[in-house]
Write a protein that binds this ligand. Sequence first.
Ligand code: DQA
Length: 147
Amino acid sequence: MKILVIHGPNLNLLGKREPDIYGSDSLEQINGLIQEHASVKDISIDFYQSNHEGDIIDRIHRAASEGPERCDALVINPGAFTHYSIAIRDAIQGTGLPAIEVHLSNLDAREPFRQTSVIAPVCRGRITGLGYRGYLLAIDALGEIAG
Ligand code: DQA
């Protein structure tokens, strides 16, 4: 089974960006932890990071099409797009890929505008506030749901 892990805007800055909120691990380090965890479970991972809404949508479409970028399921941290991108929501819903939304920080303890997700209703579930561990838990869950 293959899972696509999408990191949205500004997540390429992890490690340097507000470490008190997002932790001191870089995106590369987090991807390393995900990779290590998934290989023990015999799950392949494709990683994708973009700061651009349309590029994220195109990648989701490719994950649902025949070809080398096809995936069985999706873990997505949509970054700030979480709070307003109906287009990413439609891409997840339109492809029908089983998805889990992950956030490093605890959105329920942050500004009110971060407490709304337009993406969560089209996901199987949502993990928020557990740092990098959220990605590992999402992979375990999708391994069972979509494996
Ligand atoms: C985030 C939370 C979002 O509100 C924010 O815009 C991010 C990161 C998180 O992982 O905690 O970029 O998705």
